[in-house]
Design a protein around this ligand. Structure first.
Ligand SMILES: *Cc1c(COP(=O)(O)O)cnc(C)c1O
Length: 371
């Protein structure tokens, strides 16, 4: 009965499958000693832009940097407001603050956990400059409705696509649904490097040019700096690794879809609220998240059975100590607050085996019979 533990994410399994390609990419960069910018970064940017159905991709040092750089490139800063979700990883809002602007939260939709367009519209003020929806758990936000709101109020629409590489809405990939999109290549994301990395995609040539400058110290040429920027470049090593992994992303996302559908079959007869995909949406299930009032007991019981589950996210951003200064009390965003107490992320990664998945489901069923 002493079965091996099941992790939330298993990055070793993926490396084992792609090892020759990844080792060759790393060896190539080292042999060329072209570690900063250069052909590997350019090649990955082109491939990633094409993958996202966008004209340009600009590699940067992280997903957080991607958001901050887009805001800077759009001249959004002190005195400006950006509307986003309180139910996300803190980086979405933190990057807004880093740019000098103020994050303004709007509540989420209880079925998809993504921003509610009606709540977004109600949060707009005369200072609002942009909307920053997150495609949470790999499901595209309702960018159709959000784009209409953005157009009506003259706002930029910036996607936080850090959890949704390859997801689509009515046949359009994320990365092409707004004015710009921000991706993270943190190792556990759907497309992950072997360290930090990120990218911005856009169809706007001027914006792409400004981003290229800002990520590299405002550099116009080797020794001339047009403006003060950042050291926020994408590493050539990461670009080469990401370039080796990108051709396998669709297969990995297809495996996630298959596993998500199987979880939903295995758990259909329980009280758990299962993930809900909207019509016209092709999610990529960065996370498979169920919902239950018994979340904490289930999490503890799974842990005892050697199954690592997670909570994304236990504390909404407006209640984080770091955002105390915003003065937002509990009750400000009731849908996000309720979700944060009830969501549970089950182990999900493309290499999760049928046997592992059945063990997770069996452990859940057994735990719920106790409750
Ligand atoms: C991971 C993540 C980020 C930040 O990405 P980093 O590369 O870690 O900086 C931003 N937003 C969301 C929704 C994320 O999941």
């Amino acid at each position: 009965m002493n079965q091996p533990p099941i992790p939330l994410v298993d990055l070793k399994a993926q490396y084992a499958a792609l090892r020759p390609d990844i080792d060759a990419a790393i060896a190539r960069v080292i042999a060329n000693t072209s570690f900063i910018m250069g052909p590997e970064v350019r090649a990955f940017e082109e491939a990633f832009a094409a993958y996202c159905q966008a004209r340009y991709a600009v590699g940067v040092s992280s997903g957080t940097a991607a958001i901050e750089l887009v805001l800077r490139a759009l001249n959004i800063g002190p005195g400006d407001e950006v509307v986003t979700t309180p139910f996300t990883f803190i980086a979405s809002a933190e990057a807004i603050s880093a740019a000098g602007a103020t994050p303004v939260f709007a509540d989420i939709d209880p079925l998809t956990y993504n921003l509610s367009p009606a709540a977004v519209e109600a949060a707009i003020t005369s200072r609002t400059r942009a909307l920053l929806p997150v495609h949470l758990y790999g499901q595209p936000a309702d960018t159709g409705a959000l784009r209409a709101i953005a157009q009506r109020h003259g706002l930029a629409l910036i996607e936080d696509a850090a959890q949704a590489h390859g997801a689509a809405l009515h046949g359009r990939r994320v990365g092409s649904l707004g004015d710009a999109a921000c991706f993270s290549f943190y190792p556990g994301k759907n497309l992950g490097g072997y360290g930090d990395g990120g990218a911005v995609t856009t169809d706007d040539e001027a914006l792409a040019g400004r981003l290229r400058k800002l990520r590299d110290h405002g550099r116009a040429s080797k020794y001339v700096h047009d403006e003060l920027g950042y050291g926020h470049r994408l590493d050539a090593l990461q670009a080469a690794i990401l370039g080796a992994k990108l051709p396998h992303l669709d297969a990995a996302n297809a495996a996630r879809r298959r596993l998500a559908a199987r979880y939903s079959e295995l758990l259909a007869d329980t009280d758990l609220v299962l993930p809900h995909a909207l019509a016209g949406v092709a999610p990529v299930w960065h996370l498979y998240v169920v919902r239950t009032p018994q979340r904490d007991a289930l999490l503890a019981s799974l842990r005892e059975q050697g199954i690592e589950a997670g909570i994304h996210y236990p504390l909404p951003l407006h209640l984080q100590p770091a955002y105390r200064a915003l003065g937002l009390a509990p009750g400000s965003f009731p849908v996000a607050e309720a979700a944060s107490q009830q969501v549970l992320s089950l182990p999900l990664f493309p290499e999760l085996s049928e046997e592992q998945q059945e063990r997770v489901a069996a452990a859940l069923l057994a735990s719920m019979n106790f409750g």
